[in-house]
Ligand binder design. Structure first.
Ligand code: FES
Length: 120
């Protein structure tokens, strides 16, 4: 099972300067949850701050014993959520959590921030 962890407190654009405006992270979480509703091998959760605040919206993709990834600079849009879920499904299929570049959905290209080997 691969987990998509969405930062619920991420901000973009004006909302980064004007703290009276709502963060976009909650909207991103709702979109990813909706996109993942039929993905049997993918679960979704929200968390506050992945410490990549300058390039929100941020998400992490992980599974026990597999390579983990942090991705950022997503707009809270259905296309972004669908690309993340498609990538997470491929991550779930991979024994080591490594998805070949040629399989990457175009919507995740250019969004990778970090890759973390299994820490357990
Ligand atoms: S608020 Fe999203 S990474 Fe910090």
């Amino acid at each position: 099972m691969t987990v998509i962890t969405v930062c619920t407190t991420c901000r973009r654009g004006e909302a980064r300067e004007d703290r009276t405006l709502p963060p976009c992270g909650e909207a991103m979480l709702a979109l990813v949850e909706d996109s993942a509703s039929d993905a049997a091998a993918v679960t979704v959760r929200g968390t506050a701050c992945l410490m990549g605040c300058e390039h929100g919206c941020n998400v992490a993709i992980s599974a026990p014993g597999k390579m983990s990834y942090v991705l950022g600079s997503f707009a809270p849009e259905a296309e972004s959520a669908e690309a993340l879920v498609a990538y997470a499904a491929l991550h779930a299929e991979s024994e080591e959590g490594v998805v070949a570049y040629k399989q990457w959905p175009s919507g995740v290209k250019g969004h990778f921030v970090a890759r973390v080997p299994p820490l357990d």
